[in-house]
Every structure is written in structure tokens, then in C-alpha cells.
Design a protein around this ligand. Structure first.
Ligand SMILES: Cc1cc2nc3c(=O)[nH]c(=O)nc-3n(C[C@H](O)[C@H](O)[C@H](O)COP(=O)(O)OP(=O)(O)OC[C@H]3O[C@@H](n4cnc5c(N)ncnc54)[C@H](O)[C@@H]3O)c2cc1C
Length: 305
């Protein structure tokens, strides 16, 4: 039986693993994809302290994993498919095994929100993408569109101008939510055309994306935009399907914790983007992970396990 099993290998998970392993707890982190979570899709990070020069998300992810492993944390590449959390001995079911642990730290993070318009599902992976840094290079010399108005949408649009001659930025309001510095960069980039007050009604194409239909929400007029790629950047939703009905969630589906990352179940903690909080960033995910691991250690000690 493990002392701590951590579900999810983003910055929250790897920081929890570092703190737990360094406290000499028998620690296992389970990650279903590549290490780093959303951070691994970020091509440049400028706001993680300690790096005066920008660092890439994948680079920071590798460093976090290496650091956690150095103290003995084990990393398993598998998907957690079920959890029994209400027992003293927590049960973690993966696609290959059933594992047991004294404590569980839920760090499954979040995933991109979908548009929900016709054509999106059908053309996913054939021109519809949720990660400009992962897929941008495939669109070299093509016209693309980014949907959204926050930091991620602005960053994506700027990043795509490296490869694409023209990038439409489609936003449903008449001003961007992105931080001022990013807005300035967008407005001063000749390759970016912002399509204000508009929503995507349909993405069309037979095998690959050929264009999109957008509607102006103020005039109700629709127009077609020729684009071979659509990058959706309209926010995220928490990965809480696994724990629905098992731990307390808020209306938006985020896990409710107290300040010590404790969920409503003893011995079960949540850290990072998956929990209800005001700022979802790498630094706050890392901070949550450290607190959760510390609390898991205290729980084990207090229960004289
Ligand atoms: C494009 C983009 C740019 C960003 N830029 C910045 C930035 O510049 N600075 C900044 O501070 N933040 C940035 N962020 C936000 C930051 O990446 C997130 O806040 C942070 O990654 C959250 O970490 P996390 O560990 O909580 O979750 P995540 O990073 O979402 O990681 C969760 C992990 O859990 C895994 N997982 C989920 N379910 C299971 C399961 N059932 N079994 C096993 N594994 C599972 C997932 O595969 C994933 O790897 C950006 C995010 C995006 C999308």
C-alpha cells in the first residue's frame, strides 16, 4: 500500500510528489499522457518565478518530474479509471491494476472548453485544434482562426503568426479580456485581424477544415471566413468526471476544498486547476500541490499509520 497516490502529472501533481517523496512517504504519481499537463502545451512561460529568461512549458515539466523522481517519487504512465475514496484504505483502479493508498491527491487539472457548434467534433484533429503550441506548425503558410478573447487566445494568435500569413481572432465581445501587454502585441501585429462581437456558428469542410461561418451578435449578420485551421481557446472545464458523486463539487464542477486542500473526505486532497479557486496558474497549482502533500503527511502521522 502506498502512503500517497497522486492522480495527474501537471505542476500540481509533480509538486505534491516532490513534497511527499521528500518527506519520505511512499509516493506514486499516475499520469495518463505526457508529464506537465496543460503546462506542457505552453511554448513560453514568463511568469514562473526563478526564471528571469522565459522557459518553455515542456522544459519546466521535465525539470519538475526529474526533481520529484530524485527524492524517490514513482511515476506510472496509466489512466485512473475509478476511485473508491470513502474507505480508510483508498482504492485506485487504473486500466491495468488496482492500487491501494492511505491518501489520495486529486490533480487531474482541466481540459479545453468546446465550442459545441456543428462541424467541431467531426473535424477535431482535421483542422480543429485546442492547442496552438502542439499543432501550430502543421498550418505553415495557411490561413487560420483563433476563437476566444483571453490570454490563451491572444497568445495563440501571436504564436500562429510565426507560421501563418493571416490569423483571424474571433471574439464574441467588443474588447479582449487578455492582459494589456498581450492586447498591445495583438493590435500591433499586421497578420492578426480581430473579428469583434462574433461567434462561430459552424465549421465546415469535407475531410479537413475549409472555412467557418461566424455570426455578428450585434447585427445578427453571418459571414464566411476562409480558414484551414480553427484554434479554440475559450477557457477550460475541470476533469472531475472521475469523482462526480464521490467528492463535493461546486456548480461549475470544480472540487471544493478548504485552505489546506482537504476535500469533504478524510485523506483525500485536491490541488491545482481542478479545485475551486481564483487564479489558475502554474505557480498556484504548485503551491496547492505542496500544501496537499504536507496535509497528507500530517494525516498519516496523526493517524499513527
Ligand atoms: C495554452 C496554455 C497556456 C498557459 N500559460 C500559462 C503561463 O504562461 N503561466 C502560468 O502560470 N500558467 C499558464 N497556463 C495555466 C497552467 O498551465 C495551469 O494552471 C496548470 O497547468 C494547472 O496545473 P494542474 O497540475 O492543476 O493541472 P494540469 O496541468 O491540467 O494537469 C493535469 C494532468 O492530469 C492528467 N490526468 C487527468 N485525468 C487523469 C486520469 N484519470 N488519470 C491519470 N492522469 C490524469 C492530465 O493528463 C494532465 O497531465 C496555461 C495554460 C494553457 C492551456
Amino acid at each position: 500500500m502506498y502512503d500517497v497516490v497522486i492522480v495527474g502529472g501537471g505542476p500540481a501533481g509533480f509538486t505534491a510528489a516532490l513534497y511527499a517523496a521528500r518527506a519520505k512517504l511512499d509516493t506514486l504519481l499516475i499520469e495518463k499522457m505526457v508529464s506537465g499537463g496543460q503546462m506542457a502545451t505552453t511554448y513560453v512561460m514568463e511568469n514562473y518565478p526563478g526564471f528571469a529568461e522565459p522557459i518553455s512549458g515542456p522544459d519546466l515539466a521535465l525539470r519538475m518530474e526529474k526533481q520529484a523522481r530524485r527524492f524517490g517519487a514513482q511515476v506510472l504512465n496509466d489512466t485512473v479509471v475509478d476511485l473508491q475514496l470513502d474507505k480508510v484504505k483508498k482504492e485506485i483502479k487504473t486500466t491495468k491494476d488496482i492500487l491501494y493508498s492511505k491518501t489520495v491527491i486529486l490533480c487531474m487539472g482541466a481540459k479545453p472548453r468546446e465550442l459545441g457548434c456543428p462541424g467541431e467534433k467531426e473535424l477535431k484533429g482535421s483542422g480543429v485544434s485546442y492547442c496552438a503550441t502542439c499543432d501550430g506548425a502543421f498550418f505553415k503558410d495557411r490561413i487560420v482562426a483563433v476563437v476566444g478573447g483571453g490570454d490563451t487566445a491572444a497568445e495563440d494568435a501571436l504564436y500562429l503568426t510565426r507560421f501563418c500569413p493571416k490569423v483571424y481572432l474571433i471574439h464574441r465581445r467588443d474588447s479582449l479580456r487578455a492582459t494589456k501587454v498581450l492586447q498591445e502585441a495583438v493590435f500591433s501585429n499586421d497578420k492578426i485581424e480581430v473579428v469583434w462581437d462574433s461567434v462561430v456558428e459552424e465549421i465546415h469542410g469535407r475531410f479537413d477544415v475549409e472555412g467557418i461561418k461566424v455570426k455578428n451578435v450585434k447585427t445578427d449578420e453571418s459571414r464566411k471566413i476562409e480558414a484551414e485551421g480553427v484554434f479554440v481557446a475559450i477557457g477550460v472545464v475541470p476533469n472531475t468526471e472521475l469523482v462526480k458523486g464521490k467528492v463535493e463539487l461546486n456548480q461549475a464542477g470544480y472540487i471544493i476544498t478548504d485552505d489546506s486542500m482537504q476535500t469533504n473526505i478524510f485523506g483525500v486532497y485536491a490541488a491545482g486547476d481542478i479545485r475551486e479557486k481564483v487564479l489558475r496558474q502554474v505557480i498556484t497549482a504548485a503551491s496547492d500541490g505542496a500544501v496537499a502533500a504536507y496535509m497528507a503527511e500530517r494525516y498519516i502521522v496523526e493517524n499513527r499509520w
